[in-house]
Structures are given as structure tokens and as C-alpha cells.
Design a protein around this ligand. Structure first.
Ligand code: NDP
Length: 281
């Protein structure tokens, strides 16, 4: 079965619309996010535009903050600090990547954990590692939501996550662990990727290499979640998985595009609502 991320994301957005309307009824204002973009990287411009559009469609107020490519670290930090102190802003997102001369780690520290709707802060990732409440990175959160909505059990299952980045692979493996899966995490130094993948009931790949996961690496009846986003030789968007051949073996599989991608923005919007609701309490 092909997992339809677009349909699930649309359902989540409809649910969010109800949540934001309720919030407005109670407070007389909309949940709000500030989206900070430094410079004018074309891919980042598109991501930001999608996020702002998503806000619009779900009753979330967005504040579009543009800082010039030449902004100093001090100025960028001070802009984030000002947003952090504002009572009318519930969530702050710093669009990555930022210009190489700036230190993303230092800037992310200016976003307080309760407004860190991207879940990238050390505090939130630490909370996830401890199995405590906090904001979780939107892409892995979106994967968990897909598993839940397709009734794919995780308890006692063997999950293999390929990729160990702080924004996808690591939080993904922690979420699966917290959901009682037995988790193996693979990366570029894994000795035998095929052998590890073949043991997966749930295989999540977040690498960024087209065609990395082939049918001979997938167990019959496995669930295959493809987070990868690549340009194929034909210039079309594709994931890490050889979709055509792997879909013949997998019980469930996400396509690219139309799988995990749409879930990322939906979960961001959901985190903004949660941030606003928590602050209200
Ligand atoms: P990173 O480049 O930060 O991480 C890639 C990971 O893949 C690293 O852990 C790396 O290992 C591992 N890796 C690289 N080569 C291999 C290999 N041959 N075998 C096994 N593991 C390997 O990427 P991100 O985590 O940021 O993103 C991963 C992919 O997901 C990208 O394609 C990105 O575009 C996509 N993405 C999609 C999103 C969506 O909304 N759908 C959102 C975010 C990302 P090592 O640590 O050893 O270097």
C-alpha cells in the first residue's frame, strides 16, 4: 500500500483549523509564528513560502522576518532575542541553512525551548532522549504520525533508521525507541548496510542519495519510509529508495514526492498550535 502523505497532511490541516479557531475564540488572537530567513537561498525561499502559505490556510499568523545575507552574528542573535521576548509570538523558526560564516548552533540557542517549534534545541532533543515532553523535529514527527494513521504498529518491531543527523535520523530513532521499537541506526560508516536493512520491519531512510535502498535490501512485507529528497538523473524529485522495485516487496511505502514531505509542514503548524495552547495554560 502506498502511504498518501498529502491526504494525511490535508486531514491534519483541517484539524488544525478547528484548533486555531478555538484558540481565537478564547484569546481573540491567532497562534503566531515568526519565520526568520537570513539571506536569499532559493531553496530556502521556497520552503519559507510553503510554510507561510500553510500558516495562512490553517489560521496561524505568520511574521516573515528577513535578515540580509550580510547580517552580523550579533544582529541576528539580537533579532531572535527580540522575537523570543514578544508575547504575541508563540513559535520561532530559523530557516536553515544559514550563511556559513554564522554559527547556527549559537543562533538556535537564542530560541527558548517553549518557542522552538522546530525542535532543534539541545533542550528539546535532550527531552526527547529522556522520553520527556517537548517539541520534536517536524519531519520525524510526521513519520510517526503516518505510522499512527496507517495503524502500523511499532511495539516490539525492529526499526532501522538510515541517517543520524540531529534534525532527522537521531530524533527519528529516539521517537521509534520511545514507541517501543527495537532500533538500529545506520550511517555512512555502517559496515554492512544491506544486512542491517534486511532485518527491518520498519525501514526509515534519511540520507539524500537517490537509489541507495534497493529491493534486495528490503524484507518482504516491511514498511518503508523514504525521507530522502534528491534530484534524479532525469531532474525529477526522488527519494533514497528505488521505489519501483521496492514497492513490490514492501507492505507499506511512502512515495517521493507525496509521502513524508507534506507532513513536515503540517507538523510544524501543529507544533505552533501546541506552543500557543501551552503558553495559554
Ligand atoms: P544529512 O546530510 O545531515 O545526513 C545524512 C545522513 O546520511 C548522515 O547521517 C550520513 O552519515 C548518512 N549517510 C550518508 N551516506 C550514507 C550511506 N552511503 N549509507 C548510509 N548512511 C549514509 O541530511 P539530513 O538528515 O538533513 O537529510 C537527509 C535527507 O532527508 C536529505 O535528502 C534531505 O533533503 C531530506 N529531508 C527531507 C525532509 C522532508 O521534509 N521530506 C526534511 C529534511 C530532510 P554520517 O553521519 O556518517 O555522515
Amino acid at each position: 500500500m502506498i502511504i498518501d502523505g498529502r491526504a494525511v497532511a490535508a486531514r491534519i490541516r483541517a484539524e488544525l483549523f478547528t484548533r486555531t479557531a478555538l484558540f481565537f475564540e478564547k484569546t481573540g488572537r491567532k497562534p503566531a509564528i515568526a519565520v526568520v530567513l537570513i539571506g536569499s537561498d532559493p531553496a530556502s525561499e521556497i520552503y519559507v513560502r510553503n510554510k507561510l502559505k500553510g500558516c495562512d490556510e490553517t489560521g496561524i499568523r505568520s511574521v516573515d522576518v528577513r535578515l540580509p545575507e550580510t547580517v552580523s552574528a550579533k544582529e541576528a542573535a539580537s533579532a531572535l532575542r527580540e522575537l523570543a521576548s514578544r508575547d504575541d509570538i508563540d513559535g520561532i523558526l530559523l530557516q536553515l541553512p544559514i550563511p556559513a560564516r554564522l554559527d547556527a548552533r549559537l543562533l538556535l540557542r537564542e530560541i527558548p525551548a517553549e518557542k522552538d517549534v522546530d525542535g532543534f534545541s539541545t533542550q528539546n532533543l535532550g527531552a526527547l532522549a529522556r522520553g520527556e515532553e517537548g517539541f520534536v523535529a517536524c519531519t520525524p514527527l510526521g513519520v510517526m504520525e503516518l505510522l499512527k494513521r496507517y495503524n502500523i504498529p511499532t511495539r516490539g518491531k525492529h526499526a532501522v533508521v538510515v541517517g543520524r543527523s540531529n534534525i532527522v535520523g537521531k530524533p527519528m530513532s529516539l521517537l521509534l525507541l520511545n514507541a517501543d521499537a527495537t532500533v538500529t541506526v545506520c550511517h555512512s560508516r555502517t559496515a554492512d548496510l544491506k544486512e542491517e536493512c534486511l532485518r527491518a520491519d520498519i525501514l526509515v531512510t534519511a540520507v539524500g542519495k537517490a537509489g541507495l535502498i534497493t529491493a534486495d535490501m528490503v524484507k518482504e512485507g516491511a514498511t518503508v519510509i523514504d525521507v530522502g529528497m534528491n534530484r534524479g538523473k532525469d531532474g525529477k524529485l526522488c527519494g533514497d529508495v528505488d521505489f519501483e522495485n521496492v514497492q513490490k516487496k514492501a507492505a507499506f511505502i511512502t512515495p517521493v514526492p507525496g509521502g513524508v514531505g507534506p507532513m513536515t509542514v503540517a507538523m510544524l503548524l501543529s507544533n505552533v498550535c501546541t506552543a500557543a495552547e501551552k503558553r495559554l495554560k
